[in-house]
Write a protein of this length. Sequence first.
Lengths: 596, 596
Amino acid sequence: MPAYKAPLDDIRFLLHDVHDIGQLAALPGFEDATPEMIDEVLAGGATFCEEVLFPINQSGDAEGVHFDRGEVRTPAGFKEAYARYAADGWTAVAADANYGGQGLPEMTRFVMEELLCSANLSFSMYPGLSHGAYSALISHGSEELKQRFLPKLIDGSWGGTMCLTEAHAGTDLGIITTKAVPAADGTYAITGQKIFISAGEHDLTENIVHLVLARLPDAPSGTKGISLFLVPKFLPTADGGVGARNAVTCGSVEHKMGIKASATCVLDFDNATGWMVGEAHKGMRAMFVMMNSARLAVGLQGLGLSEVAYQNALAYAKERLQGRSLTGPKNAGGVADPILVHPDVRKGLLRIKALNEGMRSLAYAVGIRIDLEHRHPDAAVRQDAEDMVQLMTPVIKAFLTDKGFDNTNIALQTLGGHGYIKEYGIEQYVRDARIAQIYEGTNAVQALDLVGRKLPMEGGRLVRRFFELVKADVDAAASVDGLEDAAKALGGSLYQLQKATMLLAERGFANPDEAGAAATEYLHLMGYVAVGWQWLRMATVAGAKLAAGTGDRRFLEAKLKTARFYFARVLPETGTLLAAIQSGAAPIMAFDAAEF
Amino acid sequence: MPAYKAPLDDIRFLLHDVHDIGQLAALPGFEDATPEMIDEVLAGGATFCEEVLFPINQSGDAEGVHFDRGEVRTPAGFKEAYARYAADGWTAVAADANYGGQGLPEMTRFVMEELLCSANLSFSMYPGLSHGAYSALISHGSEELKQRFLPKLIDGSWGGTMCLTEAHAGTDLGIITTKAVPAADGTYAITGQKIFISAGEHDLTENIVHLVLARLPDAPSGTKGISLFLVPKFLPTADGGVGARNAVTCGSVEHKMGIKASATCVLDFDNATGWMVGEAHKGMRAMFVMMNSARLAVGLQGLGLSEVAYQNALAYAKERLQGRSLTGPKNAGGVADPILVHPDVRKGLLRIKALNEGMRSLAYAVGIRIDLEHRHPDAAVRQDAEDMVQLMTPVIKAFLTDKGFDNTNIALQTLGGHGYIKEYGIEQYVRDARIAQIYEGTNAVQALDLVGRKLPMEGGRLVRRFFELVKADVDAAASVDGLEDAAKALGGSLYQLQKATMLLAERGFANPDEAGAAATEYLHLMGYVAVGWQWLRMATVAGAKLAAGTGDRRFLEAKLKTARFYFARVLPETGTLLAAIQSGAAPIMAFDAAEF
């Protein structure tokens, strides 16, 4: 019953007109990655998501994964879809050509990520985790490990996982107890239990490469005593085939609110054979490579579900006849008007639309900088790109998933009672979206990362640069006909964000609880400003194209109207966030535990 | 795994100290309803909810209802629990003594409603719908119908339903097509299909009394041509027993996001025998009696789920050890501190707590006025009470369910990944809470009721009176030591509400879309002010008791701290709501359908 079309018009507007995707082909090694080529790749990806992955999304939710004595079977159609996903090269798209990848810009995979999540979040988890394992291995693995495992991860015949959490240790990885004991042959014997392991066991690939955090016998306590190990489900043979079963078993799978077709496993390691990835006791560093990539991907999950929920709510609002417009019938021949005439229905849909399009643009602003960071010949450009990626990673993760979840709920509400029943598919998006606020570091952890690590980093260079970029666009737009109000609104919210930043610097220094009490609101304040920044850029581009008479007039006018809606209806929420930050920690910390 | 304790301390504080429940025993017919007696009844109700209903809540969700060829079987334990519920007199508690009820104040049932919903929302739907049918029948049924059906609804041996929605007609009841054709014997033959009928078929009672909206052959179109009919599943025999099966059958049950143990039925009426309730073509009026009572009850559902979610999130936050306080270890002997030390965790829990306690007090302010409206000897008091009930019904329904849903999500987030799995029970509260924002009129419909009907009613008398009451408490508190800040904050938000009210009156008169565009924000603005009003009252009472040295010091101090939190952290959201209202309808209405 639900439907999905990849928003290619919007994607192309962003890639070509707003973010100048053409600059990628100028980077060394990306000579073939012309805008036309990237368009073509994404068009193929869109078709795959629409025609292969989306049709098994609702059935996958209803069926869930099957667990039987250590084996996990994915729902009907997943195995065939994955085989095609790998055969079509999607596991290899942005991977290193030295190990069999296609070597396309990371941006390609980044854009594709949203489409995968719109179409089938549960499915996307399997290759998503493999990509996390790939990232850690390519940046921290020895050449021998890379040669042995990367080609298999890249061609998709083997999958990967990230094994971090233990029953007593989730956010606090410093207290994990899984042990790694060195063996004479240079391998390690891994023993312990990991929980909440996505893609920990399944039937999609012939082998699974687990990346496991564990402690060496001489490890200091805390996060400085954690090392990273590669522990395959089956030990590889000398010729790269699948050898003996390793001592890692799936004890059970979780019964969850959503992403039911994604296997969330308890994994038991019982003297399993592993290889160290990177240096001893430096596992957290290697883990953060996976984690940062995963955090951005989770942000795109929020966007992807918000997009598919929007499309279905909009279709319903255009078709469902109920009541009359308050200003007189708009469908006089019918029994009632389509509910899209009602201001409250419009307002909800426009909120989703304005957030989605703005969040997508913000994600692309970050995505393109990942490639610049890796490839640009000018070190200053690389550093500048890296700064923005670092600053925005927690914002992308938390803001896009918080708004994504809210948006799926607005979409559900648009359908009334039909939104609450399984048939229409929307309630699944709500349940699926809910996890994205939690995993890869809860959104509160993201906020602490932003406030506690990213703001003070390099003496505040990252955030000052962000302010400069926004300010420059505000100043430029202030004198552009039709953009004065938008520039004024964004300038005002930017000022609020700067004020909050000063406040945090002052108070947080004296009392860290002040930073903790303000962190979530601060992240949201920055998210609204960052999305507003993107809307100002999009409006500037749309206005210029309209003036020049190029492009689709209706499309560009809709962009200007949506920008206006964002600045009038959404951005003013920054005021409340600043007020909350200003109210400080005292009203929160005053309670002792018995007073709750 | 989850747990529930009825918050009797809070309930007693509100009943005795804030809302003077003693005034009820002074009303004619309520002489026996002393505060002690009401306390005793509620203590029994609390035990029943904790020990009988709560233990079958999670299992009921997992099992769901079973549908087989027209028959619905409720999950394990529901039948026995319902039998005890009826035997213990809970179906009769506030029902009319002339038909076998216990004749206690409506307030008793009102308070109990929250406890039922905390313990087992799905279960509460069955007697809840029976109560809706009771309400319509007692106010609009003929004496003959009352004599025949009320005793059975009151002793709980028969259940009831409200059959309004049709597949094409939900919010817009004016377009329903179910037909009622008069028969020679004074009955009517009812034909049509109703959907989304809660408790439409089940195995808890020996008969089900459907109250059905339908059209007579000569009915004018629209809502002025709708009549209400009583259509029992089994026709009653002359001696009040269960006779022949009537031509109403359950065609299927819905598969829903939540309230899975509540049967949501498609009912097919095929020349079923019915009796008219009230006058021809005046069915909407009778229906609104059920509806208003149901709307208040749905508000209490939001509160009930928020309360049980809070209790479980708090217990987790006190036990779960993870990370260290930002200001140094608080549990130096353990591997980590309880997560309750973290400002973000506290802030989330305090937000739930402050909203719950404030919303409960607001609900009681309305609940006690229902009895005053019905029983007070002074017509002016009755009118004044009715005004407040009318004004606040949409606020209670929408604000309590919107905040209730948000709160269950904050509670889920507190548990991190454990919140997302079924074992801990919290994700069920989120799924169950989601429906309350939809049924009995979506929350957007509540907002239109508030803005379009309640504000202009009696030349604005209802809302002016509300402003007077809040203003009087603000003025009184302004000079009370320790309450100055609270009074100032509430006074400021009250001013914003008054400003929004003026704006709506001006703009909405000129263009109804302006009212439509502002309605939801206006309802929330009023909700925050109304809950703030209750916090000011509670703080005033707590301060006075502390000064007098009466009552539990820790309990009263926690009330003052929670009030402070509400005014510092929650109430400032009114600023954003006013800004949204001020931005007007133009940015919303500017889009044509193709531009979405």
